[in-house]
Write a protein that binds this ligand. Structure first.
Ligand code: HEC
Ligand code: HEC
Length: 376
């Protein structure tokens, strides 16, 4: 496993350096920052922990940069704009459908699936992406793609045969995204934008999150999309995939290796689940506050083994930073009772994780997490 790691690492360092050329005026300085990050990371390559720390530091300096040309190792990283992006009041006006009555997607709305989906209380999710014609995705940072202006992403949520809502992310300008959900009407003639959210949609117990909740999860990275990523698109299922994007020449710097989540299928399921459902807040660029050092995001340069992942390193045997009634560690090997991570995913209400967007425990995921903790 070491060889592919080093290969991936050195190729991504190559990308960091190569990418500095497209940074606007500050390109020279950004390029040398990339060089520093590179030597740190290669020095740490003999121990995955070292590599992780170096990459984390590079990422942090990028996020703390004053935006614009300031970059993570030469890759531009825009500060999210505080300006409100506008969105059409009706789903039929967003461009997702050529005919909303027959629910025929527009020709340029391409469906895709993700390896590890978001849990929305057992609902079924369907996704589409609209990339502007001829545009290229900036993959300078393979963990944090930056999508072209005018990209639109949609995720449609239904419970059984009941269509509930369609969420939209629309990049209206660099660093600026409209994030809103559309609630379907009972007659399915259209869906209305609900920026303040909605409760008990169409007679179910499903609630639609308000737009500020969207931002809580979707505004922590280099760009807004969470599932439209190298790791999440590295699969063979129908629709847009990582290999198809590479074949179509859509990536500014195609990855040279396919990301593979480490471990047994059981371990992969746990790591992937935590990445998708928790990584947006518990990642390199967290919204949880720096006092919570918990990281559940999978980084492509730390996939050489389960133990090399931030998920393992920041949970197993690590004491909780937020006290809970009972558990004292994040993950106490072999003990569910003393594992705060398990306590929090396995409940709803006070201390639930994730804190928003769900009101039912994902029993299948918690069973996998329980098995994993007991096997440690
Ligand atoms: C609890 C965190 C969370 C909240 C709250 C949330 N999302 Fe997401 N969303 C995710 C994750 C994680 C994915 C990727 C996984 C998937 O596609 O199943 C995702 C996927 C999406 C996608 C597909 C594109 C992408 O990012 O991969 C859209 C569009 C989207 N969300 C819009 C919204 C909107 C609009 C809201 C608010 C109404 C919202 N989301 C609220 C976590 C969240
Ligand atoms: C929308 C953002 C968000 C998401 C998504 C999220 N968390 Fe959190 N998490 C937080 C915040 C904020 C805190 C700190 C406040 C608190 O303790 O409630 C936290 C704290 C924690 C803690 C306590 C860490 C400690 O050392 O005490 C654990 C454990 C945790 N989260 C696990 C998870 C898991 C597991 C998931 C996914 C199933 C998840 N979180 C998803 C925001 C989030």
């Amino acid at each position: 496993m070491l060889r592919p790691l080093l290969f991936a690492l050195s190729s991504s360092l190559g990308l960091l350096l190569a990418c500095s050329s497209d940074a606007p005026s500050g390109g020279g300085a950004a390029g040398s920052a990339g060089g520093d990050a590179g030597s740190d990371a290669s020095a740490g390559a003999s121990g995955a922990g070292g590599a992780g720390a170096a990459a984390g530091a590079a990422g942090t300096s990028g996020a703390a940069g004053s935006g614009g040309a300031a970059g993570s190792g030469g890759c531009t990283w825009d500060e999210p704009s505080s300006a409100e992006a506008t969105f059409p009041p009706l789903l039929s006006q967003t461009g997702l459908y050529s005919d909303i009555l027959t629910r025929t997607p527009a020709a340029d709305a391409r469906p895709y699936e993700v390896a590890y989906p978001l849990w929305v209380d057992g609902a079924t999710l369907q996704r589409w992406v609209v990339l502007p014609p001829g545009s290229t995705i900036d993959t300078c940072l393979q963990d944090h793609w930056r999508l072209p202006v005018q990209t639109k992403l949609f995720i449609e949520i239904s419970q059984g045969s009941t269509l509930l809502e369609t969420r939209m992310l629309h990049k209206t300008a660099e660093g600026q995204w409209a994030m809103v959900a559309y609630a379907w009407r009972d007659d399915l003639s259209d869906a209305d934008a609900v920026p303040d959210g909605a409760t008990g949609v169409r007679g179910t117990d499903h609630d639609i999150p308000p737009s500020w909740d969207c931002r809580y999860c979707h505004s922590n990275g280099r760009d807004a999309a969470l599932g439209f990523s190298a790791l999440q698109l590295a699969h063979q299922r129908p629709g847009v995939t990582l290999s198809q994007l590479i074949a179509d020449g859509r990536l500014s710097a195609p990855p040279t290796t396919t990301p593979v989540v480490p471990g047994t299928p059981e371990q992969q399921a746990v790591l992937g689940y935590l990445h998708a459902n928790c990584g947006a807040c518990h990642g390199e660029h967290t919204s949880t506050g720096s006092w919570v050092t918990l990281r559940l995001e999978l980084r492509l340069d730390a996939l050489s083994s389960v133990e090399a992942t931030d998920t393992y390193r920041t949970t197993v045997g690590v004491p909780l930073s937020m006290a809970l009634p009972g558990p004292t560690q994040r993950v106490h090997p072999g003990s569910l009772d003393d594992s705060g991570l398990y306590y929090r995913v396995n409940r709803r209400g006070t201390s639930q994780m994730p804190p928003i967007g769900t009101k039912r425990v994902d029993t299948s995921a918690t069973a996998h997490i329980a098995q994993w903790i007991e096997s440690l």
